[in-house]
Write a protein that binds this ligand. Structure first.
Ligand SMILES: Nc1ncnc2c1ncn2[C@@H]1O[C@H](COP(=O)(O)OP(=O)(O)OP(=O)(O)O)[C@@H](O)[C@H]1O
Length: 257
């Protein structure tokens, strides 16, 4: 459903700092895939997500999503069918708006939307049902400003709002990295439930090797702009955390980390 074909990307072209990150990079993602992407610092994980979301343009190559060539489609247009949850909890919602207002805005993503003071009662009930899934009591705080929520609560809300409308692709950009370990575990469980129940095709960049191993049906390890490990579900099941750690240490040393 997603195909990146013959992707080339060089930064600082023509300068002393010229760095070629992607040289004929290819990636195919199947409908319903939940792929964990790990890799050393600077291996190209964020760049990969930026290329898919359109916040960065490849020098050469094409990106097809559900047969449609989106290579030159602007990022803001792609955001109506590609959902992205960021590392920073404050990036997925608007602090000065209430939970209710944030959910109404998220539900109208990509549509011409005139923000009204009153939100339809049916929609409020629906939003509360969605919030109940978080088990954080946010359904009783729908008029609270989002800026008053904790990082974990905000990230949980971002997971709900980003999946409120149908998306072709869900991009998780180290979305648990800023959370304490217990909250990160909870958000990861919630993420997995949402992905499985809504059958979302997902790419998740994470530095958490345990999460990468436990969740998803495919695991990719990036190094210097290449997928040096690409394990399907059965291969992944046989993979041990120690093996992953060993491989990770090897590439980290090579990258000077
Ligand atoms: N906009 C940019 N301008 C110049 N160089 C960039 C840009 N974006 C990424 N790079 C370079 O590309 C390389 C890969 O960066 P990227 O952020 O994709 O790595 P990463 O795997 O996400 O790393 P980390 O795990 O540290 O977040 C790095 O050398 C980085 O400096």
């Amino acid at each position: 459903m997603l195909h990146l074909t013959h992707i080339y990307k060089t930064f600082h072209t023509g300068t002393i700092n010229e760095t070629t990150l992607y040289h004929d990079f290819n990636l195919s993602v199947k409908e319903g895939d939940f792929i964990s992407v790990i890799g050393s610092n600077g291996s190209g994980k964020s760049t990969l997500l930026n290329l898919i979301c359109g916040t960065l343009q490849a020098d050469k190559g094409s990106i097809l999503l559900e047969e449609k060539d989106i290579t030159n489609v602007k990022a803001y247009k792609r955001s109506s069918y590609i959902a992205r949850v960021y590392q920073n909890p404050s990036m997925g919602s608007c602090a000065s708006f209430s939970i209710l207002e944030n959910m109404a805005i998220a539900e109208n993503k990509g549509k011409p939307f005139l923000f009204k003071k009153a939100v339809n009662k049916d929609r409020i009930d629906f939003y509360k049902t969605q919030l109940e899934k978080l088990h954080l009591g946010l359904e009783n705080r729908i008029h609270d400003k989002v800026g008053n929520l904790s990082g974990g609560q905000r990230q949980a809300l971002a997971m709900i709002t980003s999946t409120l409308t149908p998306n072709k692709l869900l991009i998780l950009d180290e979305h648990t990295a800023a959370l304490d370990p217990k909250t990160a575990d909870n958000i990861m469980e919630l993420t997995n439930e949402l992905i499985l129940s809504k059958k979302l095709t997902t790419l998740m960049v994470t530095h958490n090797l345990k999460f990468a191993l436990k969740y998803g049906n495919r695991l990719i390890m990036m190094h210097q702009g290449k997928a040096i490990m690409d394990q399907c579900q059965t291969e992944k099941q046989n993979l041990k955390l120690e093996d992953l750690l060993d491989k990770f240490n090897e590439i980290s040393i090579e990258s000077g980390n």
